[in-house]
Design a binder for this molecule. Structure first.
Ligand SMILES: NC(=O)c1ccc[n+]([C@@H]2O[C@H](COP(=O)([O-])OP(=O)(O)OC[C@H]3O[C@@H](n4cnc5c(N)ncnc54)[C@H](OP(=O)(O)O)[C@@H]3O)[C@@H](O)[C@H]2O)c1
Length: 246
């Protein structure tokens, strides 16, 4: 039986992943800001086969509660087999360019809150000497683009942090996984025109994530073809790239 902690549990991708784990009869501990949605999701996951579902209201930007929340999960479950961090916000690039406060808020949500959680989780998991930490970053972190470099650089910070943490926790038999989705049709992307072959459903991305975690991959591009796309994007010379309206 797997004990799974889901942070940012109301995200569309997190919900789809939680459903797959419920079907495997896992125990789930859900953290999210929305109590009403948590209650609904708890019912849904129990119906789908979860052995146990616990929930707690949690704002990732309230860093001072992170340690206590992880302790609460450990008190309940005894150990964490998988900590899955999903929360995030799609930055308003134009606003962040004008107002540093907006950029700072985005860095808090997309990078610093994640690093604070990773600090607590790494401490516990290195003592536990088992388990997996999986974090959703983004393909946007692979290369800074003029249209979304605040969001992209926050995600890149987490990706680089995860690389180092992976090495540190290797000797403790704890796996650290960086999940980089491409375009996914979720509430986060409601303002973007959708459609076409590069867009995926949360369900498709969730299956890639669960499969990748099972295989203990270091980096999961979701879907996998994004690895090739980003290889091409990253190979464009800067002298040309800076002229592209991407
Ligand atoms: N959709 C894409 O195209 C795409 C692509 C690459 C990466 N991603 C990443 O995938 C992850 C999941 O996003 P999604 O696409 O599933 O979008 P989503 O459904 O909009 O989920 C984002 C979630 O983040 C939560 N959140 C934001 N700030 C939070 C905070 N301070 N504390 C706790 N929770 C907070 C939101 O909670 P509330 O429900 O309370 O608002 C929401 O449930 C994010 O990290 C995102 O950056 C998405």
């Amino acid at each position: 039986m797997k004990n799974i902690l889901v942070i940012g549990a109301n995200s569309a991708i997190a919900r789809a992943v939680s459903r797959l784990y419920a079907e495997e009869h896992c125990r789930l501990f859900l953290l999210s800001r929305d109590a009403e949605q948590l209650a609904l999701q708890k019912q849904d996951l129990q119906i789908r086969g979860a052995t146990e579902v616990d929930c707690s209201v949690f704002d990732a930007n309230n860093f001072s509660v992170h340690e206590a929340v992880i302790d609460q999960v450990l008190d309940r479950f005894g150990s964490i087999d998988l900590a899955f961090i999903c929360h995030g916000s799609l930055s308003n690039q134009a606003q962040c360019e004008e107002h540093f406060d907006s950029a700072l808020q985005e860095f808090h949500t997309n990078a610093l809150s994640v690093i604070s959680l990773l600090t607590c989780l790494a401490r516990h998991m290195s003592i536990q000497r088992s388990g997996c930490i999986a974090v959703i970053t983004s393909v946007a972190g692979d290369r800074g683009r003029q249209s979304n470099y605040v969001y992209g650089s926050a995600k890149a910070m987490v990706s680089t942090y995860l690389q180092g943490l992976r090495g540190r926790l290797f000797k403790s038999q704890v796996d650290v996984i960086d999940i980089r989705p491409g375009f996914v049709d979720t509430p986060m992307t409601h303002a973007i025109k959708k459609g076409g072959p590069l867009w995926s459903s949360p369900e498709k991305v969730a299956q890639c994530i669960v499969d990748g975690i099972r295989k203990r991959k270091h980096t999961i591009y979701a879907p996998g073809y994004w690895r090739l796309i980003m290889l091409v994007v990253c190979s464009i010379p800067e002298v040309l790239f800076k002229r592209l309206k991407l």
